[in-house]
Design a protein around this ligand. Structure first.
Ligand SMILES: [Zn+2]
Length: 474
């Protein structure tokens, strides 16, 4: 296919451009400092739909207070703007807090947000890895590979959904799942891709019968690249050359919870994880009451056979951590967004708690693998979803009410869609200073903030700064 050749050209161009850009300012002291602060590994954790209040409701439910999460200790806390190329103007901190309706305008979607965080360029909603004129953009996959590093994405929703796809693939429409899945599985050099989309299980984790209707039967496999790709994955025969040695590196397919746990102990060379659910890890399971928006957290028992996001993360880290030159990993708590679209406060909290478990796994891994001098960890969101506030808000913004540990906090939604709120941005480790330096704007309530494009710009510079000299000169 033409995409594969095309990608290689883009990757090389990106590499050359970054090397050229680095060559000028890197001299003497500046060079020493820059090199000293470049991390070997970069881990970006994204809560899809996670605004400040999504984090806060989970803090209150889980701990009865804020400040206890693994990313709230030792991390630098900033905010980030998320608007896309559809916005009429950049985020305006003064205007934002004068009218309650401001945040409902100019919201990004996950495709444009992922593109901004992976490429440094704002694009139109719905577009992946291409600029507003549909020109291809070098992304985080390309930057990691150009630096000789491994690269992976993990999500609690479908593996070809907008956020993971935006870090690897390019497509004019985020909804072209079959094409996107095929690009990620057949054409990319990614080392880890983990998500939902299993053809043999529904959103409740129950087995699905083969469909007699041919079109419907084909659709069942769209999220994993079609029936032939799926058969090839099961046979261990699918996957191109991931490390550039000219030899194919077929994926090891991992499906069950036990297999993910095993992969964390004995990591395969390349891991395609498709856990046994078509939709999400937990958020889309059938509610016992029939009303997920009315359920308290865990009122409907979790699907015990599903892995946790922490378990998926541990498997990914084990695979990627084998590369002595390091890696880039994106981990998405993808279903906070889904819960907030449905104004499901209980499931929002459940999904945030699962994300927090993954963050704890990341911090534990970092501390056992080189510490904060070798690793950079970012915890952020692509946008806020649901316009979550404290009770009785509008026209003022009331605070979330803390009702104590294990109790539903006082909160209410004001939207079923995305908003233009700033989102949390927490960072720790090598390269933190370079990101903090980008937070040059100030919001009256959220403080210093950077833009989602700054994340890509800085991380790509850091990845290339850590590349071995020989690799960079190629
Ligand atoms: Zn959404």
């Amino acid at each position: 296919m033409t995409h594969g050749v095309f990608r290689k050209t883009v990757g090389l161009m990106a590499c050359a451009a970054i090397v050229a850009a680095m060559a000028v300012p890197l001299a003497g002291q500046a060079q020493a400092q820059e090199e000293a602060s470049a991390p070997k590994n970069v881990i970006v954790m994204i809560v899809d739909g996670g605004g400040f209040n999504q984090f806060l409701v989970a803090d209150y439910y889980e701990h009865g207070e804020t400040g206890r999460q693994p990313y709230q200790q030792g991390f630098t806390s900033l905010a980030m703007s998320t608007y896309s190329a559809n916005a009429k103007a950049p985020y305006d901190p003064e205007e934002a807090w004068t009218s309650f309706k401001y945040f409902n305008k100019d919201a990004t979607d996950s495709a444009a947000a992922a593109t901004a965080m992976a490429t440094g360029t704002k694009t139109l909603n719905g577009v992946l890895g291409l600029d507003p004129d549909k020109n291809p953009l070098p992304n985080m996959h390309d930057a990691a590979k150009a630096a000789g590093k491994s690269m992976g994405v993990v999500t609690s929703v479908q593996l070809c959904h907008a956020t993971p796809a935006g870090f690897i693939a390019r497509n004019e429409k985020r909804g072209n799942y079959l094409e996107i899945a095929r690009e990620m599985i057949l054409e990319s050099q990614a080392d880890v891709v983990i998500g939902a989309g299993h053809p043999d299980f529904d959103a409740n984790g129950d087995p699905v019968e083969p469909q007699s209707n041919e079109k419907k039967e084909a659709e069942r496999f769209a999220l994993v690249g079609g029936p032939e790709v799926w058969e090839g994955l099961k046979a261990g025969e699918v996957g191109g050359d991931a490390n550039g040695d000219g030899v194919p590196d077929p994926w090891t397919l991992v499906e069950t919870r036990a297999q993910f746990v095993e992969a964390a102990q004995n990591p395969p060379r390349r891991l395609l994880g498709v856990f046994q659910n078509n939709g999400t890890l937990q958020q889309d399971r059938v509610s016992a009451s029939g009303k997920p928006e009315a359920d308290a957290p865990f009122e409907t028992p979790l699907l015990a056979q599903m892995p946790t996001l922490a378990e998926l993360t541990q498997a990914a880290l084990a695979v990627l951590g084998r590369n002595e030159q390091g890696f880039f990993l994106m981990i998405e708590g993808g279903a906070v967004d889904w819960a907030c679209h449905g104004n499901q406060l209980g499931r929002t909290i459940e999904e945030m708690i699962d994300f927090n478990g993954a963050a704890a796994a990341v911090v534990a891994w970092v501390e056992a693998n080189g510490g904060w001098d070798e690793n950079l960890v970012v915890v952020t969101a692509d946008h806020e979803t649901g316009y979550l506030t404290g009770p009785d808000s509008d026209p003022e913004w009331n605070d979330i009410v803390n009702n104590g540990k294990g109790e539903m906090p006082g909160a209410e939604y004001h939207s079923g869609g995305h908003t233009n709120n700033l989102v949390p941005f927490l960072v720790r480790g090598a390269g933190t200073d370079a990101l903090v330096a980008r937070a040059t704007k100030t919001d009256p309530r959220r403080g210093a903030y950077l833009d989602n494009t700054d994340l890509a710009d800085v991380v790509r510079e850091l990845l290339s700064a850590d590349a071995p000299v020989l690799a960079a000169a190629e």
